[in-house]
Design a protein around this ligand. Structure first.
Ligand code: ATP
Ligand code: MG
Length: 261
């Protein structure tokens, strides 16, 4: 049965999508069966996995509106198959921006993704959900579906401040909607050890959150930033890059973590 994880942080541009697609590719590379769900109308995770969001016939939007099941809407990427780290993709595009409004009056709307995932959960080891940069209904939908949250963060001063809001939201969802939900861990990303402030914030994080901070640290690495323009996660685009190796290491750490869940 698949373990379901949201990659969430309401701050924009902190590395959510990079984490989702590279963790998905890293897990696939070490033999895990993965479904990646793009829950962001920007469709970055879709494009970054080699799928043109403009040509998709069915997306997460259709699943949310119960016009399609996940088995009907998921796709595979030829580029990922060629690179030897293929995972299934439930894509998103701008249509999804409308879902927020269209679902306002719908019953059990926060359970729809979960129900759709349940129907395919035995086909996967991991389901990874890339959330948009907000604590909107879409993110809430994601959180209601998940066993855990992975929070990518840069080791900067304001990162800690934003974390309080996210932690409170997760607590509320846990208390009211999804008792399964927990923070799996904080992932330090775009890390540059030469910057003293980053070292300090990293230490603060470890002191405050203890073993909720993943051991793996993702370095700032230009190959990870270049990869999306080729429609590939860094792990597939340049497996030898330091950033890609870190994500494979993170995938291994995740496989270990779920054994204790
Ligand atoms: P949004 O909030 O808009 O969804 P996001 O949190 O998903 O953004 P990303 O799109 O993953 O963030 O990353 C933001 C930018 O930082 C991108 O240009 C990405 O390529 C770059 N980036 C992410 N991680 C790294 C890294 N480890 N090293 C270098 N660049 C990175
Ligand atoms: Mg993103």
């Amino acid at each position: 049965m698949a373990k379901i994880f949201c990659v969430a942080n309401q701050k924009g541009g902190v590395g959510k999508t990079t984490t989702t697609v590279n963790l998905a590719a890293g897990l696939a590379k070490i033999g895990q069966r993965v479904l990646m769900i793009d829950l962001d109308p920007q469709g970055n995770a879709t494009m970054g996995s080699g799928i043109d969001k403009r040509t998709l016939e069915l997306t997460i939007y259709d699943v949310l509106l119960e016009n399609a099941s996940i088995s009907e809407a998921r796709v595979k990427s030829d580029k990922l198959i060629d690179a030897g780290c293929s995972f299934d993709i439930l894509g998103a595009n701008r249509d999804l921006a409308g879902a927020e409004v269209e679902l306002v009056d719908v019953e059990r709307r926060e359970k729809r993704i979960k129900q759709a995932i349940d129907a395919v959960a035995n086909e996967y080891d991991f389901v990874l959900i890339d959330c948009p940069p907000s604590l909107s209904m879409l993110t809430l939908n994601g959180l209601c579906s998940a066993n855990g949250v992975i929070v990518p963060m840069q080791c900067e001063y304001f990162a800690l401040e934003g974390l309080t809001d996210l932690v409170n939201t997760i607590k509320q969802v846990h208390a009211n909607l999804n008792p399964d939900l927990q923070i799996i861990g904080l992932l330090r990303v775009m890390y540059d050890p030469r910057i003293t402030l980053q070292q300090q914030v990293s230490e603060q994080l470890k002191n405050h959150f203890g073993d909720k901070v993943f051991n793996t640290v993702i370095p700032r690495n230009v190959r990870l930033a270049e990869a999306p323009s080729y429609g590939l996660p860094g792990v597939a685009f340049d497996p030898s890059a330091r950033g890609s190796q870190a994500f494979v290491e993170f995938a291994t750490e995740m496989v270990e973590r779920i054994k204790t869940m």
